[in-house]
Design a protein around this ligand. Structure first.
Ligand SMILES: [Fe+2]
Length: 139
């Protein structure tokens, strides 16, 4: 998995973050479960200095992606799943400039009683098939 920081920057965009910060590789338990603790990601703007920016401006659309976490999930005998899980309370869910949000990809961030931490529970569904990994860079 990989995610942006609470200010909306990936580690490779932010000199203040260490290499591989907010990126992780996990192995599930026998039931297919895994968990990790992290900071909450923030949304970020897509680049607007190229053709994408021209297109967004022509459509009077903003460049701000909703907060999300990226996942690449694999299991032998299944197709590799590369997906994103979006924060359910982000104001840009309905207007993601990359059209990446679907209802199924919205995860519920349940606020804990302390009012500061949240839990995200999400079920990934893998499709039977060949486990074939993409070549980097992965968008
Ligand atoms: Fe992203």
């Amino acid at each position: 998995m990989w995610q942006a920081s609470p200010v909306g920057l990936y580690e490779n965009q932010d000199p203040a973050q260490e290499d591989m910060n907010l990126r992780g590789r996990f192995t599930t338990d026998a039931e297919g479960r895994f968990h990790f603790r992290s900071v909450r990601p923030a949304g970020y703007p897509v680049p607007t200095d190229g053709p994408g920016g021209v297109l967004l401006r022509a459509q009077l659309r903003h460049p701000n992606r909703p907060a999300h976490l990226h996942f690449m999930v694999s299991k032998p005998g299944h197709k590799v799943l590369i997906t994103q899980v979006f924060a359910d309370d982000d104001e840009n869910l309905e207007s993601d400039p990359t059209f990446g949000v679907t209802r199924r990809l919205i995860g519920r961030f349940a606020l804990a009683p302390d009012g500061e931490t949240a839990t995200l529970q999400y079920d990934f569904q893998l499709e039977p098939g060949e486990m074939k990994f993409p070549r980097p860079p992965i968008p």
